[in-house]
Design a protein around this ligand. Structure first.
Ligand code: 3PG
Length: 207
């Protein structure tokens, strides 16, 4: 893979978030993402299978795979050892940010306020996850935060869905949107129809 994580996220403008509950679904997950032209996934550490899923996907090396819901240093270390190529946190976790910088792994810390952003920036971060976007003011909040933080990229996540994601993507400073709406077991269970829906989502995000 020659493309960097930051480039891939900027290019696709979608960061799908997936919580694995059944490792046998991972091949299907890979297939649908690759066929839809979105070869990237954030595996959230919210199930007992999550680390194994990261290790499996990283070893196969067909998707860019990252770990989400990284709340502790131990989780960050375990995820990186399992092969995670990027990290996403729901908050600004200083020891996780220090670690990510030390091992040169991109990290997207969750922020909601100017103070959060200022703190994240002090750890060398230039793109933040704005979370939970729908509760902390949505795109109006991003527009205001972009005043002082004009050089910071935002990845809004939380409450983003197929109805509002294009509005977020049309907002200045929004690098990509994240969320569980992009790919889910529901999408996987719908086979061709699921692939069709995902492909449409991916195509529309590019415009
Ligand atoms: C996250 O951790 O980013 C959120 O749980 C995602 O929120 P969503 O399920 O509303 O997309």
């Amino acid at each position: 893979k020659t493309v960097s994580i930051a480039e891939a996220i900027q290019h696709h403008r979608l960061l799908p978030l997936y919580t694995p509950h059944d490792l046998t679904k991972l091949d299907e997950l890979e297939d649908v993402l690759i066929q839809a032209g979105l070869p990237i996934i954030e595996i959230t550490l919210r199930s007992s299978q999550a680390m194994d899923a990261i290790a499996y996907l990283a070893k196969r090396n067909r998707l860019l795979v990252g770990a989400g819901t990284v709340r502790t240093l131990a989780q960050a270390q375990e995820a990186v050892h399992a092969g995670a190529q990027f990290l996403v946190s729901p908050a600004v976790v200083p020891e996780v940010l220090d670690y990510a910088r030390g091992v040169d792994i991109p990290i997207y810390p969750g922020v909601a306020t100017p103070s959060d952003i200022q703190l994240a920036v002090s750890y060398g971060v230039s793109t933040v996850k704005f979370f939970p976007a729908h509760l902390y003011g949505g795109l109006e909040a991003i527009k205001s935060l972009r005043g002082p933080f004009y050089d910071i990229g935002f990845v809004p996540t939380g409450g983003i869905d197929e109805r509002n994601y294009l509005d977020y993507l049309a907002t200045d400073g929004v690098v990509a949107v994240g969320g569980s709406f992009i790919v889910s077991d529901h999408v996987l269970s719908q086979a061709d129809h699921g692939l069709h829906q995902l492909s449409q989502l991916v195509e529309a995000a590019k415009k």
